[in-house]
Design a protein around this ligand. Structure first.
Ligand code: ZN
Length: 664
């Protein structure tokens, strides 16, 4: 076949690997061509000549001049406006060239919002939208590609509009608020420093900082609990009763009663219940499990999953669905998987006797099913990290089509006669392992039952009182937990969350130590500014409302213009007030960036505002004082002893420890 045919259909793929897979699905041996040093393919299929060429993700992006605030924007070639995207020029040139003589255009980019926009822009600028079609597939397998080619639809304008609106709203927000921060610094220090804010990025940062501060200002309080040891057969079982006491005296009184009381087995309840198998993965669930068991960051998981998809090994990973529709041939996938997972498939057949019923989850996605392995054999070798993720996805899929596990539970209710106190002791045994063999990542307790009968007396071995300290309710986040939080609040999409978290690290607003996220002093100051001067637009509530509006565009209920107008109005309202506060913002930022001198807090990099302390250390000192009074009421300890206990507790926040260290 000629590399420059006349009268052909131009099929636009999102990436090179995808273009190659499409070409190979349409013909055994597609003609490989090259122009501007990019490969493309020519095939004859059902009497038509098809040219399949790749984009490199987005080839166009929004652009506006240097003014501030800036509300007018236009689409420009990415290579022209982003120096890190120069490599996209060759793809741009190739598609521009191939579009000229095409009869028809098919957007075969990934079937999601971004893919819809990528193909749309290329056809809009180089081709003719009136002669354009959309090809929709969820896996790069021959079967799915041929099926998609036979069922082309018109361009999906709701998705395109939703994508365009998201780009515009994010652009307006990001560029204006980021420029507000940078211009403020420049006005004070005359330095150009790159700072960023973002519609989804900023509320996420605020949450991390708020969370961290409340954790670091935590002061634990003392309370008392009673530990009881009982003997059942030759086993000693200890538990603390489910009551706590503020003072040692009341705890002691109650402990004395327990010592005198008789304990009986009031009731034994035996139950059998199913441990339901999990649904197949959506991207969020995959990111959580891969974070937990493989220690991968959410963004890394997304990138590896994309490679697996482009290699034709798994279905499209950027999905929110936990369901697999009947159109997916499970039996065929299972036999395909025998190539790489013979052992697992043997186990699966054993458990299910060859009958596979998917456990469908509750979450759905209009464009794609849950992530599943295609059953294709691995071609050549894939990197180990990628293989591990592939195995996790495969095991999860196999678990979802296997059988529920069955566990038996024994609940022994012990009554302490005369003092109106009961205590439950639980044991569980696994009766049938089912899916747990295929998906062995979760630890499930498998214990012996207690050998005891109802009405039997139980010997109380010992009763003791223990002082314990309260624990903070807020926990620090790992990247995966932060992603989960964003998902719960509907901030961003499957396709953007991982990347947004990484941006906060690139900007040095966050750092990570031993898998845990901490804000930097710069991150804390940026948050103070966003909260003081851009309050509503950075709130979680308003951001998730905007996400709902963007979704409404996808459903055809709102237009791009309506949403863009609303964003513009909201931003201009804030930016009008900006001139008056620019100086204050600039001074604050210049100080933490080291461009302006200031008095530092005794304990940290932040500015001293109260007696040599920053706001947060000062607040911690107030909280500590209140807590010491409570400690004095609840214990017989003197202040020195109390401070030592607080200082050595793992529950105590760092700000509090700093303050204590000065008092000891
Ligand atoms: Zn401080």
């Amino acid at each position: 076949m000629s590399c420059e045919p006349k009268n052909y259909v131009l099929i636009i793929a999102e990436k090179s690997k995808a273009a190659k897979k499409i070409a190979e699905a349409l013909a055994e041996k597609p003609t490989i061509c090259k122009k501007y040093s990019v490969n493309y393919w020519v095939v004859k299929f059902k009497g038509k000549v098809n040219v399949i060429a790749p984009a490199a993700g987005h080839l166009f992006n929004l652009y506006g001049d240097d003014s501030f605030p800036v509300f007018s924007m236009e689409w420009k070639p990415l290579w022209e406006i982003d120096s890190s995207a120069k490599y996209t020029k060759k793809y741009y040139s190739l598609l521009s060239f191939l579009s000229k003589n095409a009869l028809e255009y098919i957007n075969a980019c990934d079937y999601d919002i971004e893919g819809s926009v990528i193909g749309y822009m290329i056809i809009k600028f180089f081709g003719d939208l009136k002669r354009a079609k959309r090809m929709k597939f969820s896996a790069l397998t021959k079967h799915d590609i041929l099926n998609a080619y036979a069922n082309l639809s018109s361009l999906d304008y709701n998705m395109i509009n939703a994508g365009i609106a998201r780009h515009k709203v994010d652009w307006l927000w990001g560029i204006n608020v980021s420029r507000a921060l940078m211009i403020a610094v420049k006005s004070v220090s005359n330095k150009k420093i790159v700072l960023s804010a973002g519609r989804v990025q900023s509320p996420t940062l605020i949450h991390v900082v708020d969370n961290e501060i409340s954790r670091e200002q935590y002061v634990p309080l003392p309370f008392y609990k009673i530990n009881v040891k009982i003997a059942i057969g030759n086993q000693t079982i200890s538990f603390s009763i489910d009551r706590t006491f503020d003072s040692k005296e009341t705890a002691q009184e109650f402990a004395n009663k327990i010592k005198k009381a008789k304990a009986f087995v009031k009731e034994i309840k035996l139950e059998e219940k199913s441990l339901i198998r999990p649904p197949p993965f959506n991207l969020g669930d995959l990111q959580v499990e891969a974070g937990r068991y493989l220690n991968y960051s959410p963004y890394y998981v997304e990138r590896l999953a994309e490679e697996l998809y482009l290699d034709g090994l798994i279905s499209y990973p950027r999905t929110n669905s936990q369901k697999i529709p009947p159109s997916v041939d499970i039996k065929e996938i299972v036999s395909g998987l025998e190539g790489n997972f013979k052992n697992l498939i043997g186990i699966l057949r054993n458990i299910t006797k060859g009958e596979y019923v998917v456990r469908q989850g509750s979450k759905d996605d209009p464009a794609h099913p849950a992530i599943y392995p295609t059953g294709n054999k691995i071609q050549g070798k894939i990197p180990l990290q990628q293989y591990k993720l592939y195995e996790l996805i495969t095991r999860r899929f196999l678990a979802s089509i296997s059988k529920d596990a069955v566990i038996q539970t024994q609940r022994v209710i012990i009554e302490l006669k005369g003092i109106n106190q009961t205590q439950e002791i639980n044991r569980q045994k696994i009766k049938f392992k089912g899916w747990l063999i295929l998906y062995p990542y979760h630890e499930i307790k498998d214990e012996e039952f207690l050998d005891i009968k109802e009405g039997e007396e139980v010997k109380i071995d010992s009763v003791s009182i223990k002082m314990d300290l309260t624990k903070p309710t807020v926990k620090r986040y790992s990247k995966v937990q932060l992603l989960k939080w964003m998902e719960n609040w509907k901030l961003g999409t499957e396709a953007t969350r991982g990347r947004i978290i990484e941006t906060l690290f690139d900007r040095k607003y966050l750092i990570q130590k031993r898998g845990v996220i901490y804000p930097t002093p710069l991150g804390i100051v940026v948050v103070e500014i966003l909260k003081d001067y851009f309050k509503d637009i950075t709130s979680v509530e308003l951001t998730s409302k905007m996400e709902e509006k963007l979704e409404s565009i996808e459903e055809g209920k709102l237009t791009v213009d309506e949403v863009v107008k609303e964003t513009t109005a909201m931003l201009s309202n804030y930016l009008e007030k900006y001139e008056r506060v620019k100086g204050q913002i600039g001074i604050k930022l210049s100080k933490i960036l080291g461009l302006k001198k200031y008095e530092k807090c005794k304990f940290c990099e932040l500015e001293a505002e109260y007696n040599g302390l920053c706001k947060y250390h000062y607040e911690a000192s107030i909280k500590l004082k209140e807590a010491i009074n409570l400690w004095k009421n609840r214990t017989k300890l003197d202040e020195k002893q109390i401070l030592k206990k607080i200082y050595t507790s793992n529950s105590t926040g760092k700000y509090v420890k700093d303050v204590v260290s000065q008092m000891m």
